[in-house]
Ligand binder design. Structure first.
Ligand SMILES: Nc1nc2c(ncn2[C@@H]2O[C@H](COP(=O)(O)OP(=O)(O)O)[C@@H](O)[C@H]2O)c(=O)[nH]1
Ligand SMILES: [Mg+2]
Length: 313
């Protein structure tokens, strides 16, 4: 039997799934096999899809995946779900909806919870992108729910970020104002079949007009009806156009560098946190320090310095 890493490089679906699970569980085997994958990564085109819950992101991702399959490209999909506070498990909805895609060998889908990183992308997402990339997926789509830090984190790994908006949601413009706007390479106005479509189109158009600097690329706005596949071909063309732009300016390579930077920082952060908070020798020390902080015998900064000086010595 070949090693797991080698089987991932061969694009074996079951090996990819196992590798992702190992990496989510921070297993030492994952760390070993990830080293085998790195030389083969960095080729995939990464598309981030973000927007509020219910905007139709999963539907859009499924349709876009089928569009890329028609062109003979292989696709990896990472759906980042809000974590249930009660079970810590990812919601199953997306996965069920996507089952029609799972019979296709050219598509690999993985749902991940957001557990682990307060509001941010689950830390394993960098590994999962690296795994799918090394496994030879041409396109990797990362779907994330429109709340908080995850949206901002996604630009660290996406070549093209698609922000999905819908009519009839009073909060769409607010969501844009809250920071989604800066990360959009393409706007999609989905549910173009619904009332309020003209209004939101006009809102986004004037927003784009207002924010586009003279002589600069203005962010495309693509209307879609994801449910029927309408506008998907146009979206695909717009994503590819953006990729060409990136390639023309070496931005694609700069994105790889940003992604590896995020991955490196994440690995170090994870290892340090594990070392400090999981090792039993430190656990007792930390409990003792918290007692002292509570009793005002020590302040948190001095306590942190004590722990760090032990780790770094
Ligand atoms: N009317 C209409 N409904 C849509 C459209 N696209 C998706 N939906 C529906 O919107 C709901 C939420 O879709 P989903 O893809 O799960 O949204 P997500 O939470 O953003 O991933 C589902 O019931 C979809 O069938 C569309 O273009 N028009
Ligand atoms: Mg979804």
């Amino acid at each position: 039997m070949k090693d797991l890493g080698q089987r991932v490089l061969d694009g074996e679906q079951r090996a990819i799934a196992k590798m992702i699970t190992l990496s989510e569980n921070n297993s030492p085997e994952a760390a070993r096999e990830m080293k085998v994958l790195h030389p083969a990564s960095g080729r995939a085109q990464i598309i981030g899809i973000t927007g509020v819950m219910g905007a139709g992101k999963s539907t859009l991702v499924s349709e876009l995946a089928m569009e890329y399959r028609k062109m003979g490209k292989t696709v990896g999909i990472i759906a980042i779900d809000p974590t249930s506070p009660f079970t810590g498990g990812a919601l199953l909805g997306d996965r069920i909806r996507m089952t029609k895609l799972t019979e296709d060998e050219g598509i690999f889908i993985r749902s991940m919870g957001t557990r682990g990183m307060l509001g941010g992308l689950t830390s394993a997402v960098y590994d999962v992108v690296e795994i799918m990339d090394a496994a030879g997926k041409d396109i990797i789509m990362v779907e994330t729910v429109g709340v908080g830090q995850a949206e901002v984190d996604i630009i660290k790994i996406a070549d093209t970020t698609v922000v999905v908006l819908v009519p009839g949601l009073g909060d769409s413009i607010q969501a844009i104002k809250a920071g989604i706007m800066e990360i959009a390479d393409i706007y999609v106005v989905n549910k173009a079949d619904r009332p309020g479509f003209d209004r939101i189109m006009a809102e986004i158009e004037s927003l784009v007009d207002l924010t586009t600097e003279a002589g600069k690329r203005s962010i495309p706005i693509i209307p879609t009806v994801a449910k029927t596949g309408e506008g998907i071909a146009e979206l695909r063309a717009s994503v590819d156009e953006h990729l060409e732009l990136l390639n023309g300016t070496n931005e694609f390579q700069a994105n790889r560098r940003r992604r590896y930077e995020a991955e490196l920082i994440e690995i170090i952060r994870k290892r340090l946190m594990n070392l400090i908070f999981d090792e039993s020798i430190f656990k007792e020390r930390i409990e003792g320090l918290i007692d002292q902080i509570e009793a005002k015998e020590k302040d948190p900064y001095s306590a942190a310095e004590e722990i760090l000086s032990q780790v770094l010595k």
